[in-house]
Design a protein around this ligand. Structure first.
Ligand SMILES: Nc1nc2c(ncn2[C@@H]2O[C@H](COP(=O)(O)OP(=O)(O)OP(=O)(O)O)[C@@H](O)[C@H]2O)c(=O)[nH]1
Ligand SMILES: [Mg+2]
Length: 335
């Protein structure tokens, strides 16, 4: 493994692919890879791209990557396979479409399969981000289908989050998923060659403004009374609605500029550090949970655990008491 990790750091494409596969298949490999590479991470700009199925995320990510390559940046694309069964068909298409990039220098595409649990996928994705970061990819684009928790997770893992909509999907305010505005740093209306694009833009802009009735030009952020941060010293980031036609590459250079501007904003305002800190905190909590759960599974037999589940289902034991019992067992056995 150490040999492989060394090669990853030198940007060896085959080593990167190999380590990501190892990480996908085993927790222990993830631990070894992340521990070994962690000191070399922290440089990459992680950009999450999320939105409803079929709105053009992959096409957009593809084109955005080309923009950065023009500036001689190395770009990694991680396509997080949606766990929902509908997308089965679309994925093959995805790979085919993304093929035209594989020949291009400086772009590495990897899709992550959600074979096991969603937790496993999250762990593998987060490890893959670190692997690319250590291999000196300056920009890491992570595509996920906006399917509830997944889009929030991506916002947590990313420095910059692009929320993509398409005409006909966001025309009416109710259809725009709640919570999207909280995670969006940039809103993209793709397929702007389609009728109704302007209506979608207007609907999104209206939602941005409704977010803060008292603050018309600082949209995207609620005015909250909170301790002074570096961010107060300068303009807050303004969430913009940008139109693109990804299949024609239209609006892409503007989008790339905005992404870079957001990075600069994060750096200058101190928010980069803040986001990193939140990310570290969540990651530690996640790992702690994982390990604790694993500990329970090692200590208490599956039969015993199932007994407790049944007891709770039958209302014989309440869930808090059930957890108390599990805890007691762990304490007893580790004493
Ligand atoms: N008219 C039009 N079609 C587009 C545009 N961008 C993408 N498409 C098409 O929309 C379809 C879906 O594009 P994808 O890029 O696969 O969309 P996606 O959001 O990645 O889809 P999933 O990953 O399956 O959720 C494809 O047929 C694209 O060619 C656009 O700007 N205009
Ligand atoms: Mg896609």
């Amino acid at each position: 493994m150490n040999d492989l990790l060394e090669k990853v750091r030198w940007g060896n494409v085959r080593a990167i692919a190999r380590v990501i596969s190892l990480v996908e298949n085993s927790k222990a490999a993830a631990q070894t890879a992340v521990s070994g590479l962690f000191p070399y991470t922290g440089q990459a700009h992680v950009v999450g791209i999320t939105g409803p199925p079929g709105c053009g995320k992959s096409t957009l990510v593809n084109e955005l990557a080309k923009q950065f390559v023009l500036e001689e940046q190395r770009v990694a694309i991680i396509a997080v396979d949606p766990s929902s069964p509908f997308s089965g068909g679309a994925l093959l298409g995805d790979r085919a479409r993304m093929m035209d990039l594989t020949g291009q220098q400086g772009i590495f595409i990897r899709s992550m399969a959600s074979r096991g649990s969603l937790g496993g996928l999250a762990r593998a994705t987060s490890a893959a981000i670190k692997i690319f970061d250590a291999a000196d990819y300056g920009i890491i684009l992570v595509e996920t289908v906006g399917a509830g928790q997944a889009e929030v997770d991506i916002a947590n893992a990313a420095h910059t989050t692009l929320v993509v909509e398409a005409p006909g999907m966001g025309d009416d305010l109710q259809s725009i998923k709640a919570g999207i505005l909280e995670i969006a740093d940039v809103l993209v209306v793709n397929k702007s060659d389609r009728p109704g694009a302007l209506r979608t833009v207007k609907a999104l802009e209206m939602m941005l403004h409704m977010g803060q009735p008292d603050q018309t030009h600082h949209h995207g952020y609620l005015t909250k009374i909170e301790p002074a941060t570096h961010a107060d010293a300068q303009e807050k980031w303004q969430v913009e609605v940008l139109q693109t036609v990804a299949i024609e590459g239209k609006g892409l250079s503007e989008l790339a500029q905005l992404v870079k501007a957001h990075r600069s904003y994060l750096m200058a305002s101190g928010e980069w550090e803040e986001r990193e800190k939140n990310r570290s905190r969540r990651e530690l909590e996640q790992l702690l949970q994982d390990r604790f759960l694993a500990r329970i599974q090692e200590t208490v037999s599956e039969v015993e655990r199932e007994h407790l589940v049944t007891a709770v289902t039958r209302r014989e034991v309440d869930p808090y008491t059930a957890v108390d019992r599990l805890f007691t067992q762990i304490e007893k056995r580790s004493a």
